[in-house]
Design a protein around this ligand. Structure first.
Ligand SMILES: Nc1nc2c(ncn2[C@@H]2O[C@H](COP(=O)(O)OP(=O)(O)OP(=O)(O)O)[C@@H](O)[C@H]2O)c(=O)[nH]1
Ligand SMILES: [Mg+2]
Length: 302
């Protein structure tokens, strides 16, 4: 049997639907998704099998003009994912088209991505536009960059996703599989659990707050009774943020904890006892350890 295997990096502006596509390709939620921009902070791998091919999808943080150290480290992680991949898939939102941000990504692709590297275009969220507009958008984007192939997809609804997966499988180089056949992700469980809690925080909290907090799993105990106790720390940047995260009589943190616990338990397939604490740490955005916990390179943020 000739096997194929390789890395496929999903890149695009924040909110383009990269994590949604990764989850659909893998058939499980390994990367968190919200309606807000800059949800994903680090590279997250998900493994999909297609016939004799193993496709390792690399979800990346959205590409945008970074301001903070964290932003810069995120954008660097995204470009690093693209540089290491066999195939790059650029996601563009159908209803937004060739935005300034997409234009900047195309310019950077020309500079950064080695000649001969396969770059495909996936116009996503086609469920949001009329079919007639897609042809023109595809032509416009292909004029701006020589894509190897263009796909029209809806990561959320699943349209066009099988076509894309099939093409990726036949385009990847021949080679042995990189992961065991039944593995879907390579993120440690404690990190997935922290991400799930961060997703619930992001969904629940408003404005800048989700961008100024991070979650770390500090304790993990698989108990004899079949349940797991998980202790997590939520670092916030300001005193005032702690009160908001806790909420009136602790109602906010309670709701977040319940939602996160249910999803972590489902993922693990066992009951979970989740204990959340909130710590004010004004400098966390400039602490190297926080970055390594997130899977980011601190120095890339310099
Ligand atoms: N209508 C529609 N919405 C979609 C589709 N794909 C993703 N979305 C929505 O778009 C939003 C962003 O999705 P994500 O998968 O988090 O986007 P992302 O590119 O990973 O975003 P960042 O991690 O912030 O860079 C979510 O609300 C998704 O439900 C789609 O095909 N159609
Ligand atoms: Mg994402």
């Amino acid at each position: 049997m000739t096997t194929r295997a390789g890395f496929v990096a999903l890149i695009g502006e924040p909110n383009a639907g990269k994590s949604t596509l990764l989850n659909r390709m893998v058939g499980a939620k390994v990367s968190i998704v919200t309606h807000k921009v800059q949800t994903t902070r680090a590279r997250i791998r998900g493994v999909a099998m297609e016939g004799d091919a193993q496709i390792v999808f690399v979800d990346t943080p959205g590409l945008f003009r970074p301001r903070r150290r964290l932003d810069r480290a995120m954008v660097a992680a995204a470009w690093g994912g693209a540089a290491d991949a066999d195939i790059v898939v650029l996601l563009v939102e159908a209803h937004r088209g060739l935005t300034e941000g997409v234009g900047a990504i195309l310019d950077a692709l020309k500079e950064r991505v080695a000649e001969g590297r396969t770059v495909a275009l996936a116009i996503n969220k086609i469920d949001r536009v009329k079919a007639e507009t897609l042809l023109a958008l595809s032509a416009e984007l292909n004029e701006a960059y020589p894509f190897a192939k263009t796909f029209m997809i809806s990561a959320e609804k699943g349209h066009g996703v099988d076509d894309l997966r099939g093409w990726l499988a036949e385009t990847l180089p021949e080679g042995p599989w990189l992961y065991p056949e039944d593995q879907i992700a390579d993120l440690p469980m404690r990190m997935i659990a922290a991400e799930i809690t961060r997703e619930k925080l992001t969904l629940r909290l408003h404005q800048e707050l989700p961008y100024q907090l991070t979650v770390e799993t500090e304790g993990w105990d698989d108990r004899k009774d079949g349940s797991t106790r998980i202790d997590q720390m939520i670092y916030v940047a300001r005193d005032g943020h702690k009160g908001i995260v806790l909420g009136h009589k602790g109602e906010t943190i309670k709701a977040i904890s319940q939602a996160a616990r249910a999803e972590i338990a489902e993922f693990l397939g066992r009951p979970v006892h989740l204990f959340l604490q909130v710590k004010v740490r004004p400098g966390w955005l400039d602490e190297a350890e926080r970055y390594s916990e997130m899977g980011l390179d601190f120095r890339e943020g310099d």
